[in-house]
Design a protein around this ligand. Structure first.
Ligand SMILES: [Zn+2]
Length: 118
C-alpha cells in the first residue's frame, strides 16, 4: 500500500507510514481499499432508508387499490394465501427498489465529478 501523503510503499499490514507516520487506515478497512465514505453517500444512504421506511409503511394502504384487480385476474378473486404471498413479495421488491433509486439519485447529485487535486 502506497502512502497517500509521501507515496512511500508500505507493507500491507502497516497501520502507519514507515516514512512519514501518516495513518494508512486499519487493515481490511474500506479506506484501505481506496473506498472513502463521503457526505453525498451518507445522505443518500440515510435518505434511502427513510424513503424505504415511509414507502414500506404506506404501501399496504396504497398498493391494494391498484393491484387488487390484477391479483384477482392472476390468482382469482377472494382470499388466497398464494395471492397474499405474491402481494407481500411484490411490496417488498417495490420498497427495496425505491430505496435503491433514492440512494442512487442522491449519491449522483452529490458526487458530481470534481477536478482531481494534484
Ligand atoms: Zn508517508
Amino acid at each position: 500500500m502506497n502512502c497517500p501523503k509521501c507515496g512511500t510503499s508500505n507493507p500491507p499490514d502497516q497501520k502507519f507510514c514507515i516514512n512519514c507516520k501518516t495513518f494508512l487506515g486499519m487493515p481490511g478497512s474500506l479506506a484501505r481499499l481506496g473506498i472513502h465514505f463521503d457526505l453525498g453517500q451518507g445522505i443518500g444512504c440515510v435518505g434511502g432508508v427513510l424513503v424505504g421506511l415511509i414507502v414500506a409503511s404506506a404501501l399496504p394502504y396504497i398498493y391494494p387499490i391498484f393491484s387488487a384487480r390484477i391479483l384477482d385476474i392472476i390468482f382469482g378473486p377472494g382470499p388466497s394465501t398464494l395471492r397474499d404471498g405474491f402481494n407481500t413479495n411484490f411490496m417488498t421488491a417495490c420498497t427495496c427498489l425505491s430505496s435503491f433509486l433514492v440512494a442512487g439519485v442522491v449519491s449522483l447529485a452529490f458526487n458530481r465529478r470534481k477536478k482531481p487535486v494534484q
